[in-house]
Design a protein around this ligand. Sequence first.
Ligand code: SAH
Length: 217
Amino acid sequence: MRKFEDTYRHKGLRKKLIDSIRDKGITNERVLEAMMNIPRHFFLDTALDHIAYEDRAFPIQEGQTISQPYTVAYQTQLLEIEPYDKVLEIGTGSAYQAMVLAEVGANVFTIERQKKLFDLNKEFIFRKKYPGIKFFYGDGFEGLPTFAPFDKILITAAAPFIPPKLIEQLKPNGRMVLPLDNEGVQKMMRITKNHDGSYEEETFSNFSFVPMLKGRN
Ligand code: SAH
């Protein structure tokens, strides 16, 4: 079985990465501290160990990616997580983002549409550190009606439109952060739900994500 070691070298590289993300404009120290506490190299193939702390996305299984650290920090910061917030994440992938959310104090529910990725996560030893995260195999477009409403929703794949069922599953004053696709480029959006069910939209920078796809696989 794979041995997970977090050496001084890893910690040093991680510190440099976090400093560089701060330099790129991330100001929420709780988010940065959470990322300092999570050894990103655990989420990657051992062959990528030496570059795990570069600020870039990497391939994981099934043609998916672990998001770029800056992107993880950016989305988490936009969510403005309060301790105990009930947060739904769409696109578990490597579970790195889910664990960052747990580290900043969220009560995390995460959905993955690919069975293989969902199953791989069950075997991931580091997951034991976050027993509170609830993992689901399903289609994120449907959300989790049984567990709704949520304080925050985070989509970590390129959404072709704002999923109406996810808006429904937000609490009043709740927020959703998503990369909204427009001809291959995604604009980071933040939705804030009003008490009457309507919502406000804010638009942020451009990013590049793998697509959010319908159904399970
Ligand atoms: N949050 C992840 C990023 C993974 S990439 C991480 O930290 O590693 C996006 C993930 O979204 C992929 O694993 C992809 O399979 C998943 N995905 C795409 N469409 C989805 C949908 N409709 N429902 C749930 N997951 C979806």
